[in-house]
Write a protein that binds this ligand. Structure first.
Ligand code: PLP
Length: 427
């Protein structure tokens, strides 16, 4: 099994107790990645935040908070969700595209605010003149694979453009704000050189913001989901940027407290979608089983999951490991399959070519039988929380956490049809 925290018995047990499809998360893997993140090299102290949008379920947020992480919230609602999960307000920082209606109430409780635009900074200044605040800066450097995944550089709307610092200072002066935090999140990936470049450019900006004490390099550490990918070595990228903080301290007298805020790194490989093979069809002109002419058709595995749990292949052409698991034993034969979801939607397909959601890229998979389990790995981050929820009226799938002893515990139940319909009004 490519997933180390599941075996055939556990798969059978989870499917019979909680049904299919179901998300399964592993506490030990989550705690291990939390430890890695908290050991990030730093010159003058570290706060690590969990970017909870990656997987916002309360039990996961609580588990990671108890492991020592603070929280990065992407909306007022998310900040509220973290509070309800039991996270202390002063451990939550709001970095949001949209200013929440209840900003005042959140900040009054102690939630930290990171202004992501000049307008947001001004709005904060009007509500809280004389207070301390953090600003998110777009340092002009991007690192995503394409414009859809870029969160820095001129093609990204996130943060205040680095050439508008004079306006930041102007607003700060007008409302006597103290800019004590500076934040960048460009999605630096796994390349230490990119981290170094981002840190250098951002530190030059921090040099001009004289009150900055907290300095965040954001998240974006990539993890290997597929066997041919490599995960970010946090020690390596941390050590790459640490000397720059020491130099900065020598030059400015300021010992910056480092923050990082990974989402993916913490949860991606701690989660799997456990689903079921519902049907196997092909589009070959010849009889099933006959050797097809290359390029004339495809074999499809139809599953009971798809874009209702799992949009990343459709959005980005993202690659996730997929494995068919026979109920009693594995089938020794393999073939090339396209894996599709259960929605009446041509884009509901889980095996695109890398970075190309439009294309079908058949995978070598074990010959399935209807009813076999099918596992989709790397499904901890941006799956459950970023789903095409309730499309085709499928209810939201449940979530199960394997505790330290490997025992499954329900942390979110399957939606009922009544819940799907609960806000609808007839006559
Ligand atoms: C999404 C997000 C993160 C986490 O990004 P990952 O790629 O999941 O590590 C961190 N900071 C901010 C502001 C974000 O929006």
């Amino acid at each position: 099994m490519f997933i180390n925290f599941l075996d055939r018995d556990l798969i059978r047990k989870i499917r019979s107790e909680f049904g299919s499809p179901v998300f399964v998360y592993d506490q030990k893997s989550l705690e291990k990645s939390a430890q890695d993140v908290l050991a990030f090299p730093n010159a003058f102290g570290l706060t690590a935040r969990y970017a909870m949008k990656a997987l916002p379920t309360a039990a996961i947020v609580r588990l990671l908070a108890e492991a020592g992480l603070h929280i990065d919230a992407s909306s007022g609602f998310e900040a509220e969700r973290a509070l309800r999960a039991g996270v202390a307000p002063e451990k939550i920082q709001l970095t949001a595209q949209e200013l929440p209606q209840d900003l005042k109430a959140l900040v009054d409780q102690g939630v930290l605010f990171n202004a992501c635009s000049l307008h947001q900074l001004e709005a904060f200044g009007r509500l809280f003149p004389g207070e301390s605040v953090s600003v998110r800066i777009n340092p002009g450097l991007g690192s995503g694979h394409n414009n859809r995944t870029n969160v820095g550089g001129p093609a990204s709307a996130f943060g205040i453009w680095h050439e508008q610092l004079d306006r930041v200072l102007g607003i700060a002066q007008e409302y006597t704000l103290k800019i004590t935090g500076m934040h960048t999140h460009i999605g630096s990936g796994s390349d230490p050189e990119v981290w170094k470049r981002c840190a250098r450019i951002s530190l030059q900006i921090a040099a001009q913001l004289k009150d900055v004490q907290r300095f965040s390099l954001g998240g974006g550490m990539k993890v290997a989901r597929m066997p041919d990918e490599t995960s970010t070595d946090l020690q390596e990228i941390g050590r790459a940027v640490q000397p720059d903080f020491e130099t900065f301290a020598t030059e400015t007298g300021r010992r910056l407290h480092l923050e990082i805020e990974p989402g993916t790194y913490l949860v991606a490989n701690a989660g799997v979608i456990l689903a079921t093979v519902m049907d196997v069809v092909d589009t070959f002109p010849s009889a099933p089983g006959a050797t097809p002419e290359p390029g004339t058709g495809y074999r499809f595995i139809k599953t009971d999951t798809g874009m209702t749990e799992f949009l990343r292949p459709n959005l980005y052409g993202a690659q996730h490991p997929i494995q068919v698991v026979g109920l009693d034993q594995d089938n020794p034969t393999e073939d090339q399959y396209v894996v599709v979801g259960h929605c009446c939607e041509s884009g509901d397909m889980m095996t695109p070519a890398p970075g190309d959601p439009e294309s079908l890229a058949p995978r070598s998979l074990q010959t399935p039988t209807r009813g076999d389990a099918i596992l989709i790995g790397g499904a901890g981050a941006y799956c459950s929380g970023l789903a095409g929820k309730n499309y085709n009226s499928f209810p939201e799938a449940p979530e199960v956490l394997l505790d330290r002893a490997g025992q499954p515990k329900l942390i979110r139940s399957r939606q009922t049809l009544d819940q799907v319909l609960s806000n609808e009004i007839l006559d």
